[in-house]
Design a protein around this ligand. Structure first.
Ligand SMILES: Cc1cc2nc3c(=O)[nH]c(=O)nc-3n(C[C@H](O)[C@H](O)[C@H](O)COP(=O)(O)O)c2cc1C
Length: 496
């Protein structure tokens, strides 16, 4: 089944990329432009590739120094994720990967970062007037975007002013000019809460942004790691050995010693500037349509980077897009949360990519008692992992493959009677990127209001009272399928 590989260690992003290349999962593309071409190609490949997309390394990018590169689609294959987590996966069923992620999380021991003296990120250090963020191959992602982005596949590092712990989160950073960045953090994000604390004291907030960090650190910084736990410790635990850090010369924050690029700077209290618009994860410009929004500004004081740096980028787009890692880890975390909340006999959880793993969840159970399916649905929709929008949750019986949208929707249209099978919960947690909320109800500095969504729980299990008399499924059995393929497979070659 799934076993730890003998020596899963890789040194940094570059040595991980070498392994990806050996797996045959790296495609180098030369000459694509930063303006719409790199991200556009990544979108086409993500949507149209026959199998899982390769990682795309863009080189020889017009307008930037030779050797400066970008990497798209880092976490978009199960093999590449297995490489990060040190797992060998023999059976490629999707739920097997969810189980592997659950095992990882269950056995995870937090590992503090290790302070080291030097690191490749110190190969180039620039300050003051020497800083020019446009020397990096900053992509413009979508046609209607308001700017170029330094940070999309990155980690924003901030220290809590009260509690002292260091959070890493992936919060997008748009480039305003050579030395300033915009920072978009949704309400409730750990970084945003810390920012609000600095704001309430009228203190500047020191911040570092690391691009091209260890893939395990990037993965952790996109995950709902509990409040108070640093993603440095979490990523160390995921990998199985600590992340090496240095003290940032300006911020004194721990910064990854072998990241490709780190910028350090500060946000001044009360200062905001228009950020975006930017095409978002749900597949829309849903923050405020095409109107930019006032967001905090990072004044960059130091830039540290390796020779020939690689900018890691993530490209949000209308699904099917790029969010495999989120899908697997959210499914794993939701499954664990359901079990911890006391839901028995959960057989599968899948946070579907059609909803960017945030809008449509499917949970399968072996029904044990009346109300079991409603319990599973309500909790999935409201647990820590599911609460962020999570508009639709479908609960199905265990004969349904939760990872298969056809199977899940077949259960909905055949087993769920709308009048009695759908529960609506009102005034639930929404998001600044929620496209179902009209623009005038979105909270922003222009419009400080509260934004909510309603949620539907669709109970697509056979009703408990007559589940034992449920209608038989009209489909050939596994056994008959096997027999027929053994006998007739040759005849069907080229068709199946
Ligand atoms: C590629 C990618 C980009 C993201 N961009 C943003 C963003 O710009 N702003 C934001 O608030 N959350 C963004 N998120 C979601 C957060 O990174 C995620 O919720 C993370 O858990 C936040 O960390 P925190 O829990 O420490 O706040 C993004 C996630 C991914 C996978």
């Amino acid at each position: 089944m799934l076993q730890e590989e003998a020596s899963p260690r890789y040194r940094d992003l570059r040595s991980w990329i070498d392994r990806v290349e050996r797996l045959g999962e790296l495609k180098v593309i030369r000459g694509a432009h930063w303006d719409l071409e790199m991200a556009g190609i990544a979108e086409i490949v993500a949507r149209e590739a026959k199998a899982e997309m390769p990682a795309l390394l863009f080189d020889d990018i017009p307008g930037v120094a030779s050797g400066y590169r970008t990497l798209f689609g880092q976490l978009e294959s199960t093999q590449r994720l297995a490489l990060i987590l040190g797992l060998k996966v023999d059976r490629p069923e999707k739920l097997n990967y969810v189980s592997a992620c659950r095992d990882k999380l269950k056995n995870l021991t937090l590992m503090p970062p290790r302070y080291v003296e030097g690191g490749e990120v110190l190969e180039n250090v620039e300050q003051g007037d020497k800083i020019d963020l446009f020397k990096f191959p900053l992509p413009r992602h979508h046609e209607k975007d308001g700017g170029r982005y330094f940070g999309t596949g990155h980690c924003v590092i901030i220290q809590d002013p009260d509690e002292g712990w260091v959070n890493l989160g992936t919060y997008r950073c748009m480039v305003h000019d050579q030395r300033t960045l915009g920072l978009h953090m949704s309400p409730g994000r750990h970084g945003r809460t810390m920012f609000e604390k600095y704001l309430s004291r009228s203190q500047p907030m020191k911040v570092a942004v690391a691009v091209g960090a260890d893939p395990a650190l990037f993965l952790s910084s996109t995950m709902a790691v509990p409040r108070g736990v640093s993603e440095y410790e979490f990523a160390g635990g995921l990998r199985g050995w600590p992340i090496d850090v240095l003290e940032g010369p300006f911020t004194k924050l721990p910064i990854p010693a072998r990241a490709e690029v780190v910028v350090e700077g500060e946000c001044l209290p009360g200062e905001t500037k228009e950020e975006g618009p930017f095409g978002e994860w749900a597949g829309y410009y849903a923050n405020y349509g095409l109107t930019p929004v006032q967001e905090p500004v990072i004044h960059v004081k130091t830039v540290l980077y390796r020779n020939d740096p690689i900018l890691t980028c993530a490209h949000p787009t209308k699904p099917p897009g790029l969010n495999l890692a989120q899908c697997l880890f959210r499914s794993a975390m939701m499954w664990d949360e359901l079990e911890r909340a006391g839901v028995p006999d959960v057989r599968g959880v899948w946070c579907h990519m059609v909803g960017a793993s945030r809008l449509f969840y499917a949970v399968s159970i072996k029904q044990r008692y009346p109300g079991h399916s409603r319990q599973a649905g309500m909790l999935a929709s409201q647990c820590g992992t599911g609460v962020y929008v999570g508009r639709y949750t479908v609960v199905v019986d265990d004969d349904i493959d939760v990872t298969d949208l056809w199977d899940v929707m077949w259960a909905v249209v055949t087993r769920a009677d709308p009048e009695s099978s759908i529960e609506i919960i009102r005034r639930c947690r929404s998001s600044s990127a929620d496209p179902a909320v009209p623009p005038d109800q979105k909270s922003s500095t222009h419009n400080p209001t509260a934004t909510f969504t309603s949620k539907a729980i669709i109970d697509a299990c056979w009703p408990y009272e007559w589940k034992d008399r449920a209608y038989p499924v009209a489909q050939i059995s596994r056994e008959l399928r096997g027999q027929l393929l053994t006998k007739w497979g040759g005849e069907l070659k080229g068709i199946l």
